[in-house]
Design a protein around this ligand. Structure first.
Ligand SMILES: Nc1ncnc2c1ncn2[C@@H]1O[C@H](COP(=O)(O)OP(=O)(O)O)[C@@H](O)[C@H]1O
Ligand SMILES: CC(=O)N[C@@H](CCC(=O)OP(=O)(O)O)C(=O)O
Length: 302
C-alpha cells in the first residue's frame, strides 16, 4: 500500500535530477575555476554550502579549482595589529609588513578553513599558494590614479603561470584551493595579487570551460548604484565598452572576466555568493543566475 505514495513523493526529486542531465553531459570532464570572495565568505552557512557545491561538481565529473580572496579577513587582522590599510584603484597598498599579514591570513587562515570544509566530504582538497611549484609568478604592479602611476608596494601583476601542480592534483581527483599570493619573478620576495585577477589568469592558463566569480551582489548591475537591473548576458566587446564606467570592486572582477573569455575560457560568470548553492543553480539548472560574459560572436549559450 505504501509503495505508490513513496513513488509519488519522490517524483519531483527525479524531475530535478533529470533537468540536470544535459548540463551534466555538457560539463563532464571540464575545468571550472571558482573564485570565492571575501565578502561572500563571512557567513558560516554560506561557506558550508559553497563546500558542498564544489564537492558536488567534483563528484559530477567536473574538475573544479578554487581560488579564494579574503579582503575583509586581511583588513580585520591588519586592524587588530594596528597596521593602517588603504586601497588605491581597488588594490590594497601593501607594505612589506602588511605583506606578511596578507600571506599569513590567506594561506594560513582562509585557505586552511576552506580546505577543512571541503575535506569534511572526503580526502579531496589540497591548498597551495601561487608560490608553490611556480604556480603564479608576478612583477611589481602600479595603480593608475587620475592618470598618474602610483606605487602601491608589494602588489603583483602576474607575469607567468605554471599549471603543472594544479593539473597534477586535478588528474589525481583532488580539488586545488589556491591563495592569491605570487612568487616574485624579480626580487625573491612575494606579491599580493588581487584574487579576481588571479582566478581569471588561472582560468585562462588552464583553458577552463568556465570562470565563476562569487560575490556579494546579484551580478553586474547595468546602472549601479541607481538601479538593481542585472545584465544577464554580454559579449566581450560589450563588456570592454562598459569597463570605464565601472567602479572599484567590480573593476578587477570584470577585467578578469574579459581577460578569461579573450584567452580561451568558454564563459565567465559573476554570481551572487549570498545565495546558498548558487554554483549548482548556475551550472545545473535552466535558470542560470547572475551575469554571463561570452566571447564575441557567440550565440546564447545558456
Ligand atoms: N556595476 C556594478 N554592479 C555590481 N556591483 C558593483 C558595480 N560597481 C561597483 N560595484 C560594487 O562592487 C562590489 C563587489 O566587489 P568586491 O567588494 O571587491 O567583492 P568581493 O569581496 O566579492 O571580491 C559590490 O558589492 C558593489 O558594491
Ligand atoms: C592587491 C589586493 O588588493 N589584494 C587583495 C587580495 C585578497 C582579495 O582579493 O580578496 P577579495 O576577493 O575578498 O577582495 C587584498 O589584499 O585584499
Amino acid at each position: 500500500m505504501s509503495t505508490p505514495t513513496r513513488k509519488h513523493t519522490a517524483l519531483p526529486k527525479a524531475q530535478i535530477l533529470v533537468e540536470a542531465l544535459p548540463w551534466l553531459t555538457r560539463h563532464h570532464g571540464k575545468t571550472v575555476v571558482v573564485k570565492f570572495g571575501g565578502n561572500a565568505m563571512v557567513d558560516d552557512g554560506l561557506k558550508a554550502a559553497f563546500a558542498q557545491d564544489v564537492v558536488f561538481l567534483r563528484h559530477a565529473g567536473l574538475r573544479p579549482v578554487v581560488v579564494h580572496g579574503g579582503g575583509p579577513q586581511i583588513s580585520a587582522q591588519l586592524e587588530r595589529l594596528g597596521i593602517a590599510s588603504e586601497f588605491k584603484a581597488g588594490l590594497r597598498v601593501t607594505t612589506p609588513e602588511a605583506m606578511d599579514v596578507v600571506r599569513m591570513v590567506l594561506a594560513g587562515q582562509v585557505q586552511r578553513e576552506l580546505v577543512g570544509l571541503l575535506n569534511r566530504h572526503g580526502p579531496l582538497a589540497v591548498g597551495l599558494t601561487g608560490e608553490d611549484a611556480h604556480t603564479m609568478s608576478a612583477g611589481k604592479r602600479y595603480a593608475q590614479v587620475d592618470g598618474e602611476r602610483v606605487d602601491i608596494g608589494r602588489v603583483g601583476e602576474i607575469t607567468a603561470i605554471d599549471t603543472g601542480a594544479i593539473e597534477a592534483l586535478l588528474d589525481d581527483g583532488r580539488i586545488p584551493v589556491v591563495s592569491s599570493v605570487a612568487r616574485s619573478s624579480d626580487d625573491g620576495h612575494v606579491y599580493n595579487v588581487n584574487a579576481d585577477t588571479a582566478a581569471a589568469a588561472l582560468a585562462a592558463a588552464l583553458n577552463a570551460e568556465t570562470l565563476m566569480v562569487l560575490t556579494d551582489v546579484e551580478g553586474l548591475y547595468a546602472d549601479w548604484p541607481h538601479s538593481d537591473e542585472v545584465i544577464s548576458r554580454l559579449t566581450a566587446s560589450e563588456l570592454e565598452a562598459l569597463l570605464p564606467e565601472l567602479s572599484s570592486g567590480m573593476v578587477p572582477k570584470m577585467e578578469g572576466c574579459l581577460h578569461a573569455v579573450r584567452n580561451g575560457v568558454g564563459t565567465a560568470r559573476v554570481i551572487d555568493g549570498r545565495v546558498q548553492h548558487s554554483i549548482l543553480l548556475e551550472i545545473f539548472t535552466d535558470e542560470g543566475i547572475g551575469t554571463m560574459v561570452v566571447p564575441d560572436g557567440q550565440g546564447d549559450t545558456r
